[in-house]
Design a protein around this ligand. Structure first.
Ligand code: SF4
Ligand code: SF4
Ligand code: SF4
Length: 417
């Protein structure tokens, strides 16, 4: 099992949180201790407290033993290893590239094919130390082309739950599996009633993809979507416990809506991976940023839109390509900032701060969802909203939960879909 001594790490997990993870994983046939330790360390990797390569090396043997394969995502690992000197003055990245060119493969494929052998090499020990240096140089977008994302203006939300209903209907979700979630909460630090609109954050540095032993949870290279390949997922739930945002829903039983209700065209993306609509029994699901729309499966006019955005009459949800300065999420954010600037008088200019945030930014996951409004504080408490879930035909397994660390994360419930 992994080393216990990690004295320089700062991301900590309460006993309650650990117990919650254990309870989730005890319901599976897979190793609970391995899943909990990996979930914690994957979050430490995202927070920059543990090297990606060290993380990969540390769990490689245990994963092989438990699952018979180690097909974890290698994105971050390639960054780490690519920056390491192979010991002869040449970078490991250059060596990998040369090998890839020779075999007409991508660097990722070379790593996958040689993963077990490469993991045994000493370069992994030094790769972890190089992470901080390489991370400093990253900073920008990982996706040169499209990077789907959202700006959600919480000031506009009135808690009507239309986004949840639209998502539920379009993806044929089972009762209780709410890929979109709207929390109403009270907070000592904010006025009146507040809302947090929370889809999957499609994190740039996602803990959930780091822990999936079979490579089902993955980041799609061309547009940054974090998706689950339903045909590969074995239902170990490691992704669920590693996610700091609590957005995963395990499909326990037969889905409420049979496969025959889902158009054939929505099953697979162009890579042949089944990633759209609701998952089948025994498989993990979560918000896909409406991948079928983005892939043109629902018509060209739906590309760059989502069901939740379309349903929101309050102009709270803005979806689009974050790499395009003219996209809806970018223009909305800029417009908000401009309005705030113009509203400021000379006297209050100094004190004023524009309130935009990424959820749990300190976790280092770099979400592709940005918020306008106030982030819930640790004192936030979930309360009944203006519209009840029952009123709009939704099942809510999370309403008794307590807000945690501003993200309504790390909670139980919603699993019985
Ligand atoms: S919010 Fe989404 S992408 Fe981020 S860790 Fe959770 S499931 Fe993964
Ligand atoms: S996607 Fe499936 S196989 Fe991968 S970690 Fe999640 S539950 Fe396990
Ligand atoms: S983006 Fe699509 S999948 Fe995600 S919450 Fe909105 S409607 Fe649901």
């Amino acid at each position: 099992m992994p080393d216990e001594d990690k004295t320089d790490q700062t991301t900590s997990f309460s006993e309650d949180e650990t117990r919650r993870m254990e309870r989730v994983l005890d319901d599976t046939e897979y190793d609970t201790e391995l899943g909990v330790e990996m979930a914690k360390d994957a979050q430490r990797v995202a927070a920059g407290e543990l090297g990606e390569a060290e993380f990969y090396r540390q769990y490689h043997e245990d994963i092989l033993e438990e699952f018979g394969e180690d097909d974890r995502e290698l994105n971050g690992l390639l960054d780490d290893v690519g920056n390491v000197d192979a010991g002869d003055g040449e970078g490991v990245g250059d060596k990998l590239q040369a090998l890839a060119d020779e075999k007409d493969l991508s660097r990722r494929e070379v790593m996958k094919k040689g993963g077990a052998a490469v993991a045994a090499l000493s370069i992994f020990a030094s790769a972890g130390e190089n992470r901080a240096a390489s991370a400093e140089g990253e900073g920008g977008d990982e996706y040169d082309g499209t990077r789907w994302g959202m700006t959600i203006n919480l000031n506009n939300c009135d808690g009507c739950l239309a986004c949840m209903v639209a998502c539920d209907q379009e993806h044929k979700l089972s009762g209780g599996a709410n890929w979109m979630y709207v929390f109403t909460y009270e907070d000592d630090h904010q006025d009146d009633e507040n809302f947090l609109v929370r889809p999957c954050q499609h994190c740039t540095d996602s803990p959930c993809t780091k822990v999936c032993p079979v490579g089902a949870r993955h980041t799609r290279e061309q547009d940054g979507l974090v998706l689950t390949d339903y045909e590969i997922c074995i239902g170990c739930r490691y992704c669920e416990v590693s996610c700091p945002y609590g957005v995963n829903y395990f499909q326990w039983g037969e889905p409420d809506h049979p496969q025959s209700e889902i158009p054939e065209s929505q099953s697979q993306d162009e890579r042949g991976r089944w990633v759209g609509a609701r998952p089948p029994e025994g498989v993990m699901g979560k918000c896909t940023f409406c991948v079928d729309r983005q892939d043109g499966k629902m018509g060209d006019d739906k590309i760059g839109t989502t069901a939740c955005e379309e349903a929101c009459a309050m102009d709270a949800i803005h979806f689009g390509d974050l790499n395009d300065p003219e996209s809806a999420p970018n223009t909305h954010l800029e417009q908000y900032k401009d309005e705030q600037e113009n509203d400021m008088t000379f006297q209050n200019r100094k004190e004023h701060t524009v309130s935009t945030f990424q959820l749990m930014e300190e976790r280092g996951t770099d979400p592709n969802v940005r918020y306008v409004g106030n982030e819930p504080s640790q004192d936030a408490e979930q309360v009944e909203g203006p519209v009840s879930y029952e009123d709009v035909g939704l099942v809510d397994d999370r309403k008794e939960e307590v807000l945690d660390n501003g993200a309504m994360a790390n909670q139980e419930g919603g699993e019985e879909a």
